[in-house]
Design a protein around this ligand. Structure first.
Ligand code: M6P
Ligand code: ZN
Length: 193
């Protein structure tokens, strides 16, 4: 990890969005089996001997400590599982008071944002768009384009990721391809609290 007392710079752009970075995380279809709507379609792909990369995250993280900011860059590949576009797992922050900034770099996508009651909004992300994600909301990014979707994230290092809520309850909305275009629908499998 970088020392939080030392200044750093990183260059924006290129395949990894930031360079240099400290950590690379790779998420494949097998890591996301509980997240995509069409389980049968997921298993079909895996049975075919493929386990495609869905997204990568390049990070410059600090230890969890109030006042420190992590920087990450997420690269979501273009693709679908069944009719559903590739996306990130999505998460609430464990520390409820924390917010986050996303900045679009390449490609186009939709950020699904919802609170614990399931009140949901969707926001476009593309180059030169900055999105402020308020505290207490889950956020998932969906790549609806034909190229990789690249965006920068800036968030408190002590925010923490709560994946469990999203894994077990799902998102209120899904983004599907219909007639070659993305449409946003209510998720029939979403478990409202
Ligand atoms: C962004 C940030 C990260 C997050 C990543 C992937 O870069 O929000 O904190 O880890 O996207 O999203 P997820 O953790 O939901 O898979
Ligand atoms: Zn977050």
């Amino acid at each position: 990890l970088n020392s939080p007392l030392e200044l750093y710079t990183t260059e924006l752009g290129g395949k990894t969005g930031i360079s240099p970075y400290k950590i690379k995380v790779e998420r494949r279809l097998s890591d996301l089996l509980d997240y995509f709507s069409d389980r049968e379609a997921s298993e079909e792909i895996l049975r075919g001997g493929e386990d495609p990369i869905i997204y990568e995250v390049y990070e410059i993280p600090f230890e969890p400590l109030e006042g420190l900011l992590n920087v990450g860059c997420t690269v979501i590949y273009p693709g679908k599982v069944g009719d559903e576009y590739y996306f990130t797992k999505g998460h609430f922050h464990e520390k409820e008071s924390t917010s986050e900034i996303y900045i679009g770099m390449k490609g186009e996508g939709i950020i699904l944002i919802q609170d614990h009651e399931g009140k949901a909004v969707n926001i476009k992300i593309k180059p030169n768009v900055l999105v402020y994600i308020p505290p207490g909301t889950a956020h998932r990014t969906v790549n609806v384009g034909r190229e990789k979707l690249v965006f920068i994230a800036i968030y408190p290092s002590d925010a923490g990721h709560d994946y469990e809520t999203v894994r077990t309850k799902g998102f209120a909305r899904v983004v599907l391809e219909e007639d070659g275009k993305p449409i946003i629908k209510d998720n029939p499998r979403y478990k409202r609290e």
